[in-house]
Design a protein around this ligand. Structure first.
Ligand SMILES: [Ca+2]
Ligand SMILES: [Ca+2]
Ligand SMILES: [Ca+2]
Length: 329
């Protein structure tokens, strides 16, 4: 019993020494590296008939098993604002275990509570390590979606590439979940995979269950356009009747609402039958435009109607186009 107890004392101190030695190199979340052999021999010192003597025990060797652990975090600073188009969610997968391990990745778009679900286009690894997705540079994973083998404490940035559906309305949100699982296996902490650890030892599931997930969030930013047309009349007698010779002023208001902006916005209108365009009356936000196709935003003619190019318009902006026609005599 005494000898047995003596073996544990030095063994404990040797483990402590190993941990301290490990602290000199980058600290490992999983502790002593898997496959490390911890050896211990106890020594007993005593006197026999006044002569100091010592005797060594047999050597006990312990091989450190591999702990399987994983963490996943979202690296997006907040909801990723997106239009109805492609978007990228950024995650980080870390190996906090004590042995090299690859991790199987599973993205999931259908998360409870979503206003809309994205389509997942792919999962990519940040091959050039710059933290942003570079199409054609960063490796898009194929087949089993698996990270490279990560050394203990190593991490990798993972991109989930998604397409936002056309049905997503402004302000709606959607979560996308990324799950990572140790390639060797996962399960309840303490689950053992015999002989599958680094260096031929066992692989043992750690406190994370060797399975972790995180969610990234998308916020749909969609701009929409509403066109509101109105007319005011001025007849030849100073009234507001629609009679031959009356002048009709049309106002077309383009109201851009929601978030973000719309691009290439062009407002067109035909000159109504039975009326004639009044040359020089086209205006944008009360500023006159020439009828000719030239440097300004507008063109107008009786045959082709009016056209005003507004280009990119930010949500929350209203633009107003006006022109006059006369009711034919
Ligand atoms: Ca491993
Ligand atoms: Ca990159
Ligand atoms: Ca013009």
């Amino acid at each position: 019993m005494t000898k047995h107890a003596r073996q544990y004392g030095p063994l404990a101190s040797i483990i402590a020494t190993a941990l301290i030695a490990g602290a000199a190199t980058p600290a490992l979340a999983g502790g002593v590296t898997a496959g490390t052999l911890i050896e211990n021999t106890a020594t007993a010192n005593f006197e026999e008939a006044g002569t100091p003597r010592s005797v060594d025990s047999n050597t006990v060797t312990v091989r450190v098993d591999e702990l399987l652990d994983v963490t996943v975090t979202s690296l997006d600073t907040g909801p990723v604002s997106t239009t109805r188009s492609d978007a990228v969610l950024t995650f980080e997968v870390t190996n906090p275990g004590n042995g090299p391990e690859a991790f199987l990745l599973t993205p999931e778009a259908a998360v409870a509570g979503n206003d809309f679900d994205v389509t997942i286009r792919g999962v990519a690894i940040d091959s050039n390590g710059n933290g942003t997705y570079d199409e054609g540079v960063d490796q898009v994973l194929t087949g089993p979606l698996t990270t490279p083998v990560l050394a203990p404490d190593a991490r990798v940035t993972v991109f989930v590439l998604v397409t936002v559906p056309q049905t997503a309305a402004d302000g709606q949100t959607s979560n996308v979940q990324l799950t990572a699982a140790a390639a060797t296996g996962n399960g309840a902490p303490g689950t053992t995979f015999a002989g599958q650890g680094q260096g031929g030892g066992d692989a043992v599931v750690g406190s994370t269950g060797a399975l972790a997930d995180a969610r990234g969030r998308l916020s749909s930013a969609v701009a929409s356009v509403q066109l509101v047309k109105s007319v005011s009349l001025r007849d030849p007698f100073g009234g507001t009747s629609a009679v031959p010779g009356s002048v009709a002023t049309f106002t077309i208001e383009a109201r851009v609402s929601g978030s973000g902006s719309v691009a290439n916005l062009v407002v067109t209108d035909a000159i109504p039958a039975g009326t004639t365009y009044v040359p020089g009356t086209l205006a944008l936000d009360a500023g006159p435009l020439t009828d000719a196709a030239d440097a300004d935003a507008g063109t107008a003619s009786d045959a082709s109607g009016i056209s005003v190019t507004l280009g990119s318009v930010t949500a929350g902006t209203n633009r107003s186009v006006t022109f006059n026609v006369t009711i034919d005599q």
